[in-house]
Design a binder for this molecule. Sequence first.
Ligand SMILES: Cc1ncc(COP(=O)(O)O)c(C=O)c1O
Length: 422
Amino acid sequence: MDLDAAVAEARLRYADANPTSAEWDARARAVLPGGNTRSVLHFDPFPFRVARADGKFLHDVDGHEYVDLLGNYTAGLLGHSPAPVLAAARAALDGGWALGSVHPDEVRLAELLTSRFDSIEQIRFTNSGTEANLMALAAATTHTGRSKVIVFRHGYHGGVITFGSDVSAVNVPHDWVLCDYNDTNEVTAAFDEHAGQIAAVLVEPMQGSAGCIPGDSAFLVALRDACDEHGAVLIFDEVMTSRFSPGGAQARLGITPDLTTLGKYLGGGLTFGAFGGSSAVMRHFDPAQGGTLGHAGTFNNNVATMAAGVAALEQLLTPDALAANHARGEQLRERLNATFAALGVERCVSGVGSLMNVHGTRGPVTSAHDLVGADDRLKELFFFHCLEAGWYLARRGFIALSLEIADDDVDRFIEVVERFHP
Ligand SMILES: Cc1ncc(COP(=O)(O)O)c(C=O)c1O
């Protein structure tokens, strides 16, 4: 089979089926460079434009309905417009929103989050996971009086803290030290080489954007030990992985980071970010404790997010709901891998719980190096195959199951995957 021809055909079929989205794309490109304002949402030839969403479904402007397996890259864990969250956000807006003052819901949300995450004694809110990581890095460099930060190749911590095999041109200019993920020896060597200069290690317990590459628990424990030994701050970026349990990936791993960054669904699916940790580090934001760091942000405590987050945590993100979502994801991943093995095709899925990534290689995938040379055309064909059958996942193969996805959805999706024979 000529894969180039198959991809060209799939794109043509898609374009023919989406004339209204194509018109919107032309309009968008005139005023939004690239036709969008969030680069990851683009795929060729153009993305379908969503008119509305409800429950587990997206409805586009050409009248298609998709089961949403992407869940807004993890921010949509609750599904679309869950009633308790919608009611709470509406009630908050009814009480006025541009308060320019402190209000009760930010305290309630802080109490709920600090009671869930053992390592977080104190917390502050931001508008995004990116900002949360920026503030955590400021806290760590101030706390240690050092400047270097160990990060990992292919790690993603936000639009301005993103790493391929090298540092991105849009990154903020921290004094980065890049190591390979899951490579304890390289981290040990970096600590030795830069003795007394490492302020922090910033790490995802599972590398999400890199392709859902699980962190080896021995590696993550070694990071904790190295930070203790060298007086550095261990920052767990749990913007994606916090859903693995009520206390996040760290509770499953039994590791206590000094700082944790959060985001995505914890504001009920609205604009959200947070960073928190031990009072010893967070005191730098408290003038009464001698803290010298400010933390600004017009919308940090916006009433809609604070109320939505409280409703989500109190009513929907129960330990049982999170455990069921995690187990369903594990089951889907195992069944997908079994299906690919039975078909004997160049494909596999990696991930943890409800977060996973389909790859155009047989695997196993334990590091981004394992993805080098994988045929991206297979992934593109898989993506269009799923779309044509009414299932939406990320073009890069990323899936983040929402609480709306049930066992029979998993069964039906497996049937769709079994029919993929490029
Ligand atoms: C691990 C991780 N950290 C940080 C971020 C950035 O969050 P935001 O997009 O809210 O800035 C993301 C977003 O995908 C992420 O996956």
